[in-house]
Design a protein around this ligand. Structure first.
Ligand code: C5P
Length: 445
């Protein structure tokens, strides 16, 4: 893609160097358009070196090629990071006082901005009104985050992290290859009550499952996200997305019921939630105390396997024909081979189409922003390996689902009536035509 990165005069400009680096590394052609003020923070040679393209702030350079409008006309995507209060006001007013201003006025490409300023300036009604104006024109706003600001203050106004901005910006251009699909995703970890104040739980944060739901919605699917004990900050992007309906659940039984309902008309079911295998046989109606003097013994009973139950419904014909079912497995193996072997057996046992396996441990997999996983498909083949952010893992899983469904439909004339047009390629619009996954995620196999 041709991407223009506008940089304006804020201290966060140093983080934009990473944004440009990530975009060029992913194979995009990046032109940086700094304002004069931005160059006081990071100099022109840095932008040229990192983008490998000529950089100017002036509308009077390269006039023969009408650079002041050509950049905007040729762009597939424009990112402005950091976007200062001043630039946001200029954009809202439609000012064309420099090369960035003319580029923004001359473009029909999606525009993504990452505001960065002091909390007071962000909260000011003028800035909020300008943001509302930009939003109403379709500009995508990423952040700002809450956190430490220049000068030691803190509050909302900190520019989002480069990886997040890149992820969000590229998602704006993502092809809607899941358009027309209804999907059900479970996320988080169940809690099985022992008494009114205690439970048996697990360390799943819900980040991976939420990333799957958001990725699906951004790729066009209608999503039901069954969320078990996920905090509001993790759910934030899902809550804001119009194509995602969130159903909250607490226990395995509640999650099973919610997933059963959501799966009843879903084309794709993904069970990313960490479901308790066991629950206390009895739940005390009163808090268990030490007063009796005896150490309590908690007897456990096994919970039904929800995903295996959904697969059974499909086999019995009581779920939509052609439904694709994906399970997750978190393993603590001694060797990578053992992990894959366990995953293969689990996929067979649960009778699911794809099984995503990742290694977990005290510092791996849970609560982190990154993840590494293998995707096991037909006949136990490793159909993908991905190592990246949870969003990248999510996109890799959806790519595997798209490929799997395409394979199913090619091999069968007995397809689900709704399933047509749901397995389009994952090419990037405006791009070179190379499969997105091959470029962005280190796929092997
Ligand atoms: O057998 P194991 O717990 O490792 O399997 C994990 C997969 O099975 C996940 O997809 C999880 O959501 C699902 N699961 C389930 N019901 C259970 C336990 C796990 O659907 N009771």
């Amino acid at each position: 893609m041709n991407i223009v990165v506008g940089v304006t005069g804020g201290i966060a400009a140093y983080k934009t160097v990473t944004i440009v680096r990530l975009l060029t590394k992913a194979g995009h052609d990046v032109t940086v358009v700094p304002t004069d003020d931005a160059l006081r923070f990071v100099g022109l040679p840095t932008w040229e070196a990192i983008s490998r393209n000529a950089v100017t702030t002036s509308v009077h350079d390269d006039v023969a090629r009408v650079r002041h409008v050509a950049l905007g006309q040729n762009a597939d995507l424009i990112i402005v990071a950091p976007a200062t209060a001043n630039t946001i006001a200029a954009m809202a007013a439609g000012l064309a006082s420099d090369l960035l201003g003319t580029t923004l006025l001359a473009t029909e490409a999606p525009v993504v901005i990452a505001p960065a300023m002091h909390a007071e300036m962000w909260r000011h009604p003028a800035t909020q009104a300008n943001i509302a104006t930009l939003r109403s024109r379709g500009v995508h706003i990423v952040g700002p985050d809450d956190g430490e600001l220049a000068g030691g203050d803190s509050g909302p106004g900190r520019m989002s992290e480069p990886e997040h901005i890149v992820e969000q910006a590229l998602a704006v251009r993502a092809e809607p290859d899941l358009q027309g699909l209804r999907v059900a995703v479970s996320a988080g970890g169940t809690r099985e009550p022992i008494d009114p104040v205690r439970y048996l739980g697990n360390r799943s944060s819900g980040k991976q499952g939420t990333a799957l739901a958001v990725a699906a919605a951004e790729r066009g699917a209608d999503v039901v996200l069954v969320a078990a004990n996920i905090d509001a900050a993790t759910l934030h992007d899902a809550t804001a997305h119009p194509k995602i309906r969130i159903v909250t659940s607490g226990t395995a039984a509640e999650l099973g019921e919610a997933m059963g309902a959501a799966a009843a008309d879903a084309h794709v079911v993904i069970m990313a939630a960490a479901v308790a295998d066991y629950r206390p046989a009895e739940v005390s109606t009163r808090k268990i105390t030490k007063e009796g003097g005896e150490t309590p013994v908690i007897t456990l009973v096994q919970n039904p396997d929800i995903v295996a139950g959904l697969a059974e419904r499909r086999s019995e014909g009581t779920a939509p024909r052609g439904q694709t079912i994906v399970a997750f497995a978190a393993e603590t193996p001694q060797t990578p081979e053992e992990m894959i072997e366990r995953a293969r057996r689990k996929r067979e046992r649960k009778n699911v189409d794809l099984l995503v396996v990742n290694e977990v441990g005290w510092s791996k997999g849970f609560e982190t922003t990154d993840n590494a996983a293998h995707i096991i498909g037909d006949a136990g083949a490793v159909v993908g390996t991905v190592d990246g952010t949870k969003r990248e893992v999510a996109d890799a899983v959806w790519n595997a689902v798209v490929r799997y469904r395409r394979g199913q439909q090619a091999g069968s004339h007995d397809q689900h009536p709704d399933a047509a047009d749901t397995t389009a390629t994952t090419r990037q619009p405006g791009g070179s035509g190379a499969p997105r996954q091959l470029r962005r995620h280190r796929w092997r196999g």
